[in-house]
Design a protein around this ligand. Structure first.
Ligand code: NAG
Ligand code: NAG
Ligand code: NAG
Ligand code: NAG
Ligand code: NAG
Ligand code: NAG
Ligand code: NAG
Ligand code: NAG
Length: 910
């Protein structure tokens, strides 16, 4: 393998390191959903809900509720959806029995559990303290210069006549740069608060008409699109003459549930927002979550929908966020601003050294430096430090970057008393991070080497962190490169995510007056409104029609500039699975006479390979143009660590490249369109690392005036071969999946459970890749691992109007009609006693130590099946199955399986 220079320092996940202490696992089932809450989609067109007439229902909601009444379902409705995008409701049920009854109502086409999306966690946040704040970028128009927006502004294009719906934490419309009012005639001409201040994601939303912000995030996002010029810092929004509709979906704290996002997208659509933008999301991995589907439908219907790709870059590949994952959504990644804030530390006997932080480290005592390792160690401070480590409270601890997260390094030195630490770079791109649990920041490789050499020479320098006057901005060494926090795709169904990138690292914008009026934030949250604003400039100049809106993604992608993986001119292009087509260019998008489509070619995996594509060039100019076609491969991204099944970060890039057959040139007459064929062959690489290859087909007019590109992306392995369930001891030091007993300890023995207090079993597991279907069944104690089951497809009776085979499968399972009951919906020949739990469209876990994010548990805390029927006392095992990617729901052999030790259920309430 040929590694690019930037990634020489990248280290594989260390297989020996158990990173999570078992005693920290909380009891109970962890899952980011609202309990007993579902979104129910109904089909008003083909089915009368009441199923009497078979005619289109005139009032589908009333019909649905009547049918629910008739079946004795007890429920409450939290949202109702109507309009061409989505008809249905979100309901809270009292039990899973009711779910079965609901599913049996004619006209119900889909039921999904309601996911929670956390408030966006931003990698940097700094409130501007005043005009003399040294962190204010030296050039507050730098982002506009990066994307050619300055030139469109120069032509008087500011988004007039375009309506942008922003879905976020709320908006301080009284901010002097955001119009100073709310309602017709103001910048925020309309809006709605779906939730109220006290909403947390789990409680009942209390909507009102006033979308005032109490979080800050939405006002920052709004300023990026719409801040009027003339404020104290010379900032201006990308499309500050556009009309804004502000939809608030967060309370002052907590998360937002997916049913609220669907309500907000539907309302923005129904109120004719031509652009809908959300800087919200969470790990999804699949194109299919309900809000992703609704967002995608809005895009298909002729709205431009931009959604943040996510700030989980450090999770590595395959971590696409939802609802950005929606097929026709424009998911937006973040590139770093060209100027960046920095701090300076004082070092005895040496010039001040810069460290990457928005604010001075909160530590004032000058202390000598002490390195954890006296040589270069890849996984420095990734494990608990040895017992003979001195008390570190009297040192500035020096650690090398690599292998594990900054936070785990800081936690390991903090455990030995350290109060402050500096982490020196290992060749990755510099970035600041939230220092927890102790103050800490990144310094350069060179400064780290200097401090280490002085320590080894017996003259450790003393370091201090001035709290005033130590701030500055520098030309960002990573300016124009992808932000390290920007989330990587693709989706598990092989869709490219994100589509494009825009400036999102180190962005000065408005925040609520009550919070200080101006702040520098970083995140794909900031890049996304940038693209929404740019889209308004497109609609203003090309006409705000559905056709232009539908073409927007292709236009943004084909005129974007692919970004390298480092500043080195010879560095590989960054993988399209993190940058999409690259940094947008608003000016070229509006002014190019050449129009190329499509913007992206999806090649899928080796089993579903689609290497043949057709690209169309439209020459809208007045002269004949000959175009030169060139293949520009990006680095091939290795998803997994060497010899490991864990995804790695930094994502190693290799120079392995696809080969492309296509004409060398294409000549297109003025006003004409011409198509050419492209055949792409994947690079021959080791499939084990799940390599994702990508690149660009460049289309350049021969005079060099117009250079466009089409992005392609494929997977050089068969996704069905990808391991789903972590079956190693790499994370816990114990092989998983595993049964946890009443004490929360891993057990491999027969255990008896009474289901009194915490005397119940749990299953601990990790997903190293996502799965559409994860299912826990109770099986007889004599069941063996099911890979001997003969292959025989079982007929599933078709349910009229059901859109998703998962729904169908689910009902059979819940009714106990899979397995030996033999009825419809069965997918296997393993006799099961009954279903316990099933989750659909699961993202993968990361190397984080947090429950849900790094691992999950399923606790059988009641001795009941999923349908709430009691489990008789007896001797059982729990069977865990995970559907392989691209696997067939109904084929036993398409699942990975794990079987628990024998469990004896001995409950008094059996
Ligand atoms: C700085 O640290 C002190 C004590 O270590 C703490 O009380 C204070 O809240 C911290 N300040 C900030 C801004 O984090
Ligand atoms: C890739 O192939 C799988 C299996 O046929 C399919 O489900 C998926 O939608 C395909 N992805 C794309 C981007 O075409
Ligand atoms: C850029 O990379 C090449 C090799 O890929 C290397 O020889 C050169 O020194 C690098 N330049 C810089 C400035 O790092
Ligand atoms: C659980 O494990 C802890 C430490 O690993 C041990 O102290 C405790 O005795 C165990 N409890 C049971 C019930 O096995
Ligand atoms: C399991 O096998 C054992 C020994 O063959 C037998 O005694 C027991 O009845 C079986 N259990 C069930 C639930 O079939
Ligand atoms: C619930 O599931 C169990 C186990 O599959 C099954 O025996 C029972 O009949 C089901 N009850 C209902 C009401 O569907
Ligand atoms: C299941 O257990 C929880 C507490 O662990 C309890 O609140 C709930 O009522 C139980 N459900 C049933 C059906 O017994
Ligand atoms: C089941 O519980 C009862 C008391 O409730 C006890 O007498 C019996 O020994 C238990 N059986 C097993 C197999 O643990």
């Amino acid at each position: 393998m040929k590694y690019a220079l930037t990634f020489l320092a990248a280290t594989a996940f260390s297989a020996a390191a158990a990173t999570i202490d078992l005693s920290h696992i909380p009891r109970g089932t962890s899952k980011n959903v609202v309990p007993n809450a579902y979104v129910v989609e109904i089909d008003p067109n083909t089915v009368g809900i009441s199923s009497i007439t078979g005619k289109r229902s005139m009032n589908p909601h009333a019909d649905l509720y009547a049918a629910m009444h008739k079946r004795d379902i007890s429920w409450s409705t939290t949202q109702e959806y109507e309009g061409d995008l989505y008809t249905g409701a979100s309901v809270r049920l009292s039990s899973e029995d009711d779910l079965v009854k609901l599913a049996n109502i004619n006209g119900v086409v889909a039921i999904h559990p309601i996911m929670l999306h956390q408030r966006p966690k931003l990698p940097y946040m700094h409130t501007v303290t005043g005009a003399d704040d040294a962190l204010i970028p030296t050039d507050t128009q730098s982002t506009h210069k990066m994307c050619g927006v300055d030139k469109l502004h120069g032509e008087g294009v500011f988004g007039s006549g375009v309506k942008i719906g922003i879905i976020d934490s709320g908006f301080d419309y009284l901010h002097p740069q955001l119009g100073g009012g709310f309602g017709p005639g103001y910048k925020f001409a309309s809006g709605y608060d779906f939730v109220g201040d006290a909403y947390t994601g789990l409680n009942t939303p209390v909507p009102d008409e006033d979308p005032m912000d109490c979080g800050g995030h939405g006002t920052h996002v709004a300023g990026i699109i719409g801040a009027d010029p003339g404020g104290p810092y010379n900032i201006s929004g990308v499309a500050y003459k556009a009309e804004l509709a502000g939809y608030r979906v967060f309370g002052c704290d907590g998360s937002v549930a997916d049913d609220i996002l669907i309500a907000a997208i539907t309302r923005a659509y129904n109120e004719n927002a031509q652009i809908i933008t959300l800087s919200i999301g969470g790990p999804a991995g699949w194109t299919s979550s309900p809000s992703a589907v609704v967002a995608s439908r809005a895009a298909k219907a002729g709205r431009i929908v931009t959604i943040a790709a996510g700030n989980e870059g450090d999770a590595g590949m395959w971590y696409a966020s939802g609802p950005a994952s929606g097929i026709d959504v424009i998911a937006v990644g973040s590139a770093d601003n060209t100027v960046t804030p920095i701090q300076y530390a004082k070092v005895s006997g040496h010039a001040d050294i810069p460290y990457y932080s928005l604010t001075p480290l909160n530590f004032t005592t000058p202390l000598p430096v002490w390195p954890v390792s006296k040589t270069i160690v890849a996984n420095d401070a990734c494990d608990p430090l040895p017992a003979d480590t001195p008390d570190l409270s009297g040192y500035v601890v020096l650690i090398r970057r690599g292998t594990c997260t900054f936070v785990s390094k800081l936690a390991n030195v903090a455990a030995k008393g350290a109060r402050v630490a500096l982490i020196y770079n290992n060749g990755g791109s510099p970035n600041s991070f939230v220092p927890e649990p102790i103050p800490g920041a990144l310094i350069s490789t060179e400064d780290g080497a200097y401090l280490l050499s002085q320590f080894l020479a017996g003259t450790p320098p003393t370091i201090s962190f001035p709290q005033d006057g130590g701030s500055g901005t520098i030309e960002n060494p990573t300016g124009g490169l992808m932000s390290t926090f920007s989330t990587y795709g693709p989706s598990f169904d092989a869709y490219m995510k994100p589509q494009v990138s825009a400036p999102g690292g180190g962005i000065l914008s408005t925040i609520p007056r009550a919070m200080g009026s101006y702040a520098i934030y970083s995140g794909t949250s900031m890049a996304t409104p940038y693209v929404a604003g740019t889209s308004a400039l497109l609609l203003q100049t090309k006409g705000a029609s559905k056709e232009v809106a539908r073409a927007a993604r292709d236009l943004l992608q084909t005129t974007a500039h692919a970004i390298r993986s480092s500043k080195n001119e010879t560095a590989l292009l960054q993988t399209a699975s993190v940058q999409g087509a690259g940094l947008i260019d608003a000016y070229n998008m509006v002014h190019y006479k050449t129009v190329v489509s499509p913007g992206q070619l999806l090649l899928n995996d080796t089993a579903n390979f689609k290497g043949h594509h057709t690209i169309q060039i439209f020459n809208s100019g007045t002269k004949k143009i000959t175009y030169t076609l060139t293949h520009k491969p990006a680095g091939t991204a290795q998803s997994l660590g060497t010899g490991s099944i864990q995804n790695v970060y930094p994502v190693p890039l290799t120079a392995d490249a696809a080969t492309v057959s296509m004409p060398r040139t294409v000549t297109v007459n003025p006003g004409q369109k011409k198509k050419f064929d492209v055949d792409i062959r994947r690079p021959s690489v080791d499939a084990k690392a799940i390599p994702v290859y990508s690149g660009y087909i460049e289309i350049a007019s021969q005079d060099g005036a117009e250079i466009l590109a089409v992005t392609y992306l494929g997977i050089a392995s068969k996704l069905k071969d990808a391991t789903i369930l972590d079956n190693t001891d790499e994370i816990f030091g114990e092989k998983i999946p595993a049964e946890l007993n009443a004490a929360g300890n891993i057990t491999r023995n027969e255990e008896t459970y009474t289901f009194v207090d915490t005397d119940y079993p749990s299953i601990l597991f990790r997903l190293v890749m996502g799965t559409r279907k994860l299912v826990f069944d109770l099986v007889s104690e004599n069941t063996t691992v099911p890979n001997t089951i003969s292959r025989r497809d079982v007929e599933t009776p078709a349910r009229r109007g059901l859109v998703d085979d998962l729904v169908d499968w689910f009902f059979g399972w819940l009714n106990g009609s899979s397995g030996h009951h033999g009825g419809g919906g069965s997918y296997n020949q393993i006799p099961t006693v009954g279903g316990l739990l099933t989750w659909e469209y699961n993202p993968r876990h990361t190397l984080s130590a947090d429950p849900d994010v790094g691992y999950s548990t399923f606790a059988l805390s009641n001795n009941t099946f999923a349908n709430n029927t009691r489990i008789p006392n007896g001797r059982y095992k729990i069977l865990l199955r995970a559907l392989k990617i691209t696997g067939d729901l109904k084929k036993e052999e398409d699942y990975e399986a794990w079987l628990s030790p024998v469990m004896v259920f001995n409950a008094t309430s059996a």
